[in-house]
Ligand binder design. Structure first.
Ligand SMILES: [Zn+2]
Ligand SMILES: [Zn+2]
Ligand SMILES: [Zn+2]
Ligand SMILES: [Zn+2]
Length: 191
């Protein structure tokens, strides 16, 4: 799974090669694989591709697990360059103001209290912590996809906000927003 594209500071300035060829999210260097054709993939996206078409979406070269390498082994330069991309906290929609590099964000997000803000899943009715939203959407919807909170309305009541999680369906190629799941933020744990 890549980094939420809505949490990248200046996404248009970033080279296209930094994004996963399947889900088109910014790859997380320590978790990425580089295919024989040099394109980058999230682990899960590469596994998905290998199980389906095996053709790299960019150049149609055959992608296999055997011919792909962890990026940390194949290109230290790319790991370093991608690690310097300026990002917001993954929980900026829960009001975190932190900004830093992608490399620093892993440590920040792991302990960021805003990640504990609660959302109510309109589908199953369970309360989900912001940091579990992506994971939850995959379980709740039972499909392969990447979920992200994409919008939050300016709710009049400060304790209530509306959000939507969007699934970017890798199963549907590169079509975005394959499925929308409305979420209602019921309260903010740290406001
Ligand atoms: Zn991916
Ligand atoms: Zn390729
Ligand atoms: Zn944060
Ligand atoms: Zn649910």
């Amino acid at each position: 799974m890549g980094y939420d594209n809505d949490c990248i500071v200046n996404i248009h300035s970033i080279p296209g090669e930094y994004f996963c060829a399947v889900c088109r999210m910014l790859i997380i260097p320590n978790e990425a694989l580089q295919a024989h054709c040099a394109h980058l993939y999230c682990k899960r996206c590469l596994a998905y591709l290998v199980a389906t078409t095996t053709a790299c979406p960019y150049d149609s070269y055959t992608v296999t697990e055997a011919s792909s390498k962890p990026l940390v082994e194949s290109s230290k330069e790319l790991v370093e360059a991608i690690g310097k991309v300026a990002v917001h906290c993954l929980y900026r929609r829960s009001n975190c103001q932190w900004q830093g590099t992608l490399a620093e964000s892993m440590a920040h997000c792991a302990k960021c209290n805003f990640g504990n803000s609660l959302f109510l899943c309109n589908r199953c009715g369970n309360q989900i912590m912001h940091r579990k939203v992506q994971e939850h959407a995959q379980i709740c919807l039972g499909v392969f996809g990447h979920a992200q909170v994409v919008e939050k309305s300016q709710a009049q009541d400060a304790t209530v906000a509306t959000a939507t999680i969007r699934l970017v369906g890798a199963a549907l190629g590169n079509q975005q927003a394959a499925l929308r799941l409305p979420l209602l933020g019921c309260f903010w744990a740290f406001n």
